[in-house]
Ligand binder design. Structure first.
Ligand SMILES: *[C@@H]1O[C@H](CO)[C@@H](O)[C@H](O)[C@H]1NC(C)=O
Ligand SMILES: *[C@@H]1O[C@H](CO)[C@@H](O)[C@H](O)[C@H]1NC(C)=O
Ligand SMILES: *[C@@H]1O[C@H](CO)[C@@H](O)[C@H](O)[C@H]1NC(C)=O
Ligand SMILES: *[C@@H]1O[C@H](CO)[C@@H](O)[C@H](O)[C@H]1NC(C)=O
Ligand SMILES: *[C@@H]1O[C@H](CO)[C@@H](O)[C@H](O)[C@H]1NC(C)=O
Ligand SMILES: *[C@@H]1O[C@H](CO)[C@@H](O)[C@H](O)[C@H]1NC(C)=O
Ligand SMILES: *[C@@H]1O[C@H](CO)[C@@H](O)[C@H](O)[C@H]1NC(C)=O
Ligand SMILES: *[C@@H]1O[C@H](CO)[C@@H](O)[C@H](O)[C@H]1NC(C)=O
Ligand SMILES: *[C@@H]1O[C@H](CO)[C@@H](O)[C@H](O)[C@H]1NC(C)=O
Length: 683
């Protein structure tokens, strides 16, 4: 409002400089009338105030990574909508874009999400206070991407490379990046022709109709379908509690043949037992998500099909096991995740307060980013309900959202986070849970992936509007977007491409072809069959052993990292000057996409809060992430937007709730590890 008046005043000033102009006097007259009367309220109307409308705008530098090797004028832009981590993380996990680019003559552009990686709008102060971090929202990120693409098509732009105004844009993204890709198409259809969103939990939000227990229900299913004895997983937690409550049990836990506890985290009581449960559970959940057919490396190397390997330890039949048997089975499984290389020196540090989260690696500089999003807009309720739903313990409590809010206070309380920052219906309001007004979306889900419970279902497919929802048997977290591999299940290969009708490839081809007026129909996926061959990436082998007339040749190239100033709101036109743009140092360049050992991009990536009443809540420990060295942005000014109780032993095979705690005495690590465990892994 003030801005508008300021503009009007300026205009008025300019006009009145033209002395005695009749028009200017008229203008002044009208202007004064409107201006003076803004308190006037017609009698037939009611005035209400919507308090809390969000305000924003400023400019900063946003990093992109691009590869124009295959780009030919007239070709499309394959645009990755960066998610909650350094953009290089997604570059190495999205080989599909590189394999498809040559036949499309496409440019490949990965944009980094504001507040992640090197894109820190306020440098090392980005997470210092609410006024700064308040600009970390999905809609601001989408506005960034729209701005960026518009700039790329502008003549004489700051990149020195102008894409044709008619270049079609296809957005790609996995996990939260997939959510952004889909929303990008929904919100900016004039900029994005269509989106391929892999494993995007688009409706795992308040009122989205997804059961909070879905994630762990699917986790459990993935294990059971891979040959695990459900009983073993479902009872191991109580076995730990049993053992940790007696002297002899603790003696065994502290000196057992399966895992070595870190000397800093011995098991002295049942609270420590709960820590052990959380530690093992994290491994179990992680492996379901990254149950890829070939070896991948993240923190620790994982074998191909890690869940199958883990189930090799949890497949004994029957229901008569000693507590030690149960713990041994699940601990061996957890070691597949934590210590597949069988380093004899590896120890289990089960208390996140002491060692941080061994499952997600050290906290990155932007580690507060996802928690912030979880505490403001992307609010996901996830919890295990135990019993028939899943193999974990009941933790949903009476009100899962209250538990989440407690966590938010613990992390952001010192920044004065209040429930005013908690916009539980943001996703519902901004994007909705209804595709009936949308078009051109490919939404893939992996049957093995716990996140698949939070996505649209296959019955939402609407070929006429170009909406395709595919649930892919044998696929984990956006495996379909990764570099094709000889070990990919036939279902994934088929979803991407099929000799008779190119499936997803054919859809993309139609979207970029102005003469294609009829959306292709996709065929049902074949019955799952898993190749038994040596696993190798198929780099540049489109169409991956099949024949296709579309295949075309390639051209020269340059991979570059560029930083570009971005305006965050249409209210303020960014006038990027070339001095603002700076080339990132080469160390910012992404790791080379190589073999199947390409890191599973899990760490910095992950929507959804894994809540748990176990979750010790972060206390007053330091809230600001470490400084981020690789950016030196010039932030412009902004307006601000904004004891455990020992539980009794469980009588039955249903584990009791873990002890609840007050906020004192717990560090941020605990919060990440238990509440946000999976969130940190969504990609
Ligand atoms: C890609 O560019 C080459 C060279 O300009 C051209 O011959 C080919 O038809 C283009 N392919 C497509 C799919 O547009
Ligand atoms: C998932 O939940 C359904 C419904 O409660 C249940 O029937 C099924 O057994 C659960 N799956 C697993 C593996 O626990
Ligand atoms: C734990 O202890 C209880 C009570 O002694 C016993 O009934 C139960 O079988 C034990 N083990 C498990 C896994 O619950
Ligand atoms: C349990 O033992 C740990 C040390 O292993 C200690 O820090 C904690 O205070 C103990 N908790 C209770 C409830 O005794
Ligand atoms: C469990 O899996 C292991 C490893 O695949 C296998 O050697 C063993 O025979 C299986 N045991 C049962 C009871 O299926
Ligand atoms: C394990 O620790 C010992 C003693 O510190 C060291 O000599 C050895 O190299 C370590 N082994 C590995 C695999 O790290
Ligand atoms: C672009 O990607 C392709 C495929 O990975 C690679 O061969 C090429 O070298 C890259 N171009 C640049 C400039 O890095
Ligand atoms: C934060 O960034 C500023 C400006 O780049 C720098 O002077 C300062 O030392 C940094 N602070 C920390 C704690 O790294
Ligand atoms: C931002 O504005 C406030 C209030 O006008 C001022 O105190 C502060 O110094 C400004 N910060 C910057 C970085 O300009």
């Amino acid at each position: 409002m003030q801005k508008i008046f300021a503009v009007l005043f300026l205009a008025l000033f300019a006009v009145s400089a033209v002395e005695s102009s009749r028009r200017s006097r008229l203008f002044q007259k009208y202007f004064k009338k409107f201006y003076k009367n803004y308190d006037f309220i017609p009698e037939n109307i009611e005035v209400r105030w919507y308090k809390g409308m969000r305000l924003d705008h400023f400019t900063y530098s946003c990093r992109i990574m691009w590869n124009n090797t295959y780009y030919q004028p007239g070709g499309p832009i394959f645009f990755y909508t960066g998610n909650e981590g350094a953009v290089s993380t997604f570059e190495v996990a999205t080989g599909m874009m590189f394999d498809l680019a040559p036949m499309f003559n496409a440019s490949i552009i990965f944009a980094e999400h504001r507040f992640y990686g090197a894109t820190q709008p306020f440098g090392n102060q980005s997470y210092a206070n609410l006024a700064n971090v308040g600009y970390l929202t999905s809609e601001q990120a989408l506005a960034d991407y729209a701005e960026l693409l518009t700039e790329l098509k502008r003549d004489n732009n700051q990149f020195g490379k102008t894409f044709h105004r008619d270049s079609q844009v296809i957005s790609f993204g996995g996990s939260y990046g997939g959510m952004l890709s889909a929303w990008f198409r929904q919100k900016y259809p004039h900029i994005v022709k269509g989106a391929w969103a892999g494993s995007a939990p688009l409706i795992y939000m308040h009122d989205g109709g997804v059961d909070p227990g879905a994630f762990d229900n699917i986790t459990s299913r993935t294990y059971v379908e891979n040959g695990c004895n459900r009983f073993i997983l479902a009872n191991a937690w109580n076995a730990v509690l049993n053992l940790s409550s007696t002297d002899s049990g603790r003696a065994w836990l502290n000196n057992n043949p399966v895992f070595k506890l870190d000397p800093r985290t011995p098991i002295n009581n049942q609270t420590d037992g709960w820590n052990l449960n959380a530690y093992m559970r994290e491994a179990i959940e992680y492996m379901a998500m990254v149950d890829y057919p070939y070896p991948t490396g993240f923190l620790e190397p994982l074998p191909g099909w890690p869940v199958t390997v883990a189930c090799g330890y949890m497949n004994a039949t029957g229901e008569s096991f000693s507590d030690q048997d149960l713990v041994t089975a699940v601990a061996n499984a957890a070691n597949v995740y934590y210590n597949y290389n069988q380093n004899a020196n590896f120890t289990w540090c089960i208390d996140f307060n002491i060692c941080g989260d061994q499952g997600t690696g050290g906290l990155g500089d932007d580690a507060l980013g996802w928690p912030w999003q979880e505490c403001s807009e992307i609010i996901m309720a996830m919890c295990a309900s135990g019993g028939a739903n899943d193999v974990f313990w009941s933790e949903c409590g009476d009100n899962i959202y209250d538990t989440l809010k407690q966590g938010c206070v613990s992390i952001f309380g010192s920044m004065k986070w209040t429930t005013a920052n908690w916009n539980i219906d943001a996703v519902k309001t901004l994007y909705g849970y209804d595709l009936s007004g949308s078009s051109n979306l490919i939404l893939t889900q992996g049957h093995l992936d716990p996140w698949s419970g939070g996505g649209y279902k296959v019955d939402q497919t609407n070929t006429a509007r170009g909406i395709y929802v595919m649930e892919i048997p044998g696929s984990a977290h956006h495996l379909d977007l990764r570099q094709p591999n000889t070990c990919d299940p036939n279902t994934v290969v088929n979803a991407r491409y099929q000799n008779s009708n190119f499936q997803i490839v054919q859809i993309l081809k139609c979207w970029v072809d102005v003469n294609c007026n009829t959306n292709p129909t996709i065929s049902p996926l074949p019955t799952l069959s898993i190749p038994n061959v040596e696993c190798k990436d198929r780099i540049g082998e489109y169409p991956w052993g099949q024949t296709d007339a579309l295949k075309s040749s390639t051209a020269p190239n340059v991979k570059t990292t560029v930083t570009v100033p971005i305006a965050t709101s249409s209210a303020v036109p960014a006038v990027p000057t070339s001095s603002e743009a700076h080339m990132a140092t080469s160390s910012a360049a992404p790791a080379v996409r190589t073999s199947s050992v390409a890191p599973v991009a899990t760490s910095s990536v992950a929507p959804a809060i894994q809540t748990s009443s176990i979750a010790p809540i972060a206390g007053s420990s330091s809230q600001s992430p470490e400084s981020h060295s690789s950016t030196s942005n010039s932030p412009t000014n902004t307006t601000s937007s904004g004891s455990s109780t020992a539980s009794t032993l469980p009588p039955s095979s249903t584990p009791t709730n873990p002890p609840t705690t007050t906020s004192s005495g717990f560090s941020i690590f605990s919060f990440f590890s238990t509440i946000f465990v999976l969130l940190c892994t969504i990609i």
